[in-house]
Write a protein that binds this ligand. Structure first.
Ligand SMILES: [Zn+2]
Length: 211
């Protein structure tokens, strides 16, 4: 019995990961952790401690599955054979990893992917979305005074038609359902008309365009 181990393989970008051990569940969770570590490194975000305790961990677990092959029960002395594990070949998309882990970077978002309830959709399925309201966003330096925080929480959501007469970028009419996010010192308008993420300071004197 001690001769046999559970062995699992995964591939994240070009890196192959192998884990083995006596207990199948431990081998699997060690692999899930290793994959999350690689996904975070590849996407330049810090590893989220205890990610498996999150309410939405199941979505992340499904994503991990896209990089992970079969668990095999093998003799511990047998040579590792990558092909036997049938590891899928899936490319990491950093914006999806950041979406799954709630690390939002507006400059990487498409205005089209933000709905009128303030959710950013980073995948095809309805569960693959994250609310910008309540999230911490990095604020671009152009719209930030020196004593303002680099990251600010999104505190409120406004109807874009109540804020603008026309798009500050392309001058188009504001489309129904458009939203404006507000933090303590800045505002963000995902403009569907010209697919741009338009930042502005809350302080009007910093940006006369913002009426
Ligand atoms: Zn526009």
């Amino acid at each position: 019995m001690g001769q046999y181990v559970y062995r699992i393989a995964a591939k994240v970008n070009d890196e192959i990961i192998v884990k083995e051990g006596q207990l199948e569940n431990r081998v699997k969770s060690a692999m899930h952790n290793a994959v999350v570590h690689r996904l975070c490194n590849t996407s330049s975000i810090p590893y989220p401690m205890a990610w498996w305790k999150r309410n939405d961990a199941f979505i992340l677990a499904e994503y991990i599955g896209l990089f992970t092959g079969k668990v095999l029960h093998v003799n511990r002395n047998s040579a590792f054979n990558f092909a036997d594990h049938e590891v899928p070949n899936f490319e990491v998309k950093p914006s999806i990893v950041r979406g799954l882990l709630g690390r939002l970077i507006p400059s990487e978002m498409d205005a089209h992917d933000i709905d009128s309830f303030g959710y950013w959709h980073f995948g095809e399925r309805d569960c693959e979305k994250i609310s910008l309201l309540g999230s911490m966003l990095p604020i671009p330096s152009e719209v930030r005074l020196e004593d303002h925080d680099e990251k600010q929480e999104v505190l409120f959501l406004l109807d874009a038609q109540d804020v603008f007469d026309s798009c500050p970028e392309c001058n188009s009419e504001i489309i129904f359902g458009g939203v404006v996010f507000g933090t303590e010192h800045a505002r963000l308008f995902p403009a569907i008309c010209c697919n741009s993420m338009i930042w502005s300071p809350n302080e009007k004197e910093l940006n006369p365009k913002w009426a």
